[in-house]
Design a protein around this ligand. Structure first.
Ligand code: HEC
Length: 145
């Protein structure tokens, strides 16, 4: 149990430190070589964030997104920071997330598009509540009111 707590706080620490780095990168526009290499999972998450900014704009403009971004399936295989183990909770959340994400692109669904979209974003947030709380305020901005 102790080890688990330690692992969890390491997780949180690594997430918080990447968040801080991002903020300082924004104020300093010069190219600064980044000494720690971002994990595959971090890169995937950043691209998932950007793609959803686009999907949100699309939906707000009245368009219906049609192609599920297949690169999101990398969530099942991407490497976590410092080779953190890919545990069962993470696997379970990833599966629910991918199912909810696919629902956005389901042309036959009877559920309003906005609800399906927000549902997927809420799954991002649920996983982050257990795995990495740092980016939650940013992810909440992806929700459509
Ligand atoms: C299955 C759990 C899970 C799901 C679902 C998930 N995330 Fe993440 N996310 C993580 C973990 C874990 C990290 C930290 C990655 C690492 O340390 O390698 C992370 C990191 C991030 C980061 C920070 C990247 C950085 O620059 O440090 C952002 C932003 C992010 N996620 C956004 C999202 C968005 C948007 C979604 C939904 C579209 C999402 N996440 C879905 C677990 C998840």
């Amino acid at each position: 149990m102790k080890l688990f707590t330690v692992l969890c706080s390491l997780f949180l620490l690594s997430c918080t430190s990447t968040e801080k780095k991002e903020v300082s990168n924004k104020t300093d526009k010069k190219f600064v070589p980044d000494m720690d290499v971002a994990s595959g999972m971090t890169l995937l998450m950043r691209s998932m964030y950007d793609v959803h900014e686009g999907i949100k704009k699309d939906i707000q403009a009245g368009n219906t997104p049609s192609d599920f971004p297949k690169e999101f399936l990398k969530i099942f295989t991407a490497k976590l920071t410092d080779d953190k183990p890919y545990n069962d909770t993470f696997k379970a959340f990833s599966k629910v997330y991918i199912d909810n994400e696919r629902a956005i692109f389901d042309a036959e669904s009877g559920i309003p598009l906005k609800n399906r979209y927000n549902n997927a974003i809420n799954t991002c947030i649920s996983c982050h509540t257990t795995e990495c709380v740092g980016p939650i305020p940013r992810i909440e901005k992806l929700l459509i009111n």
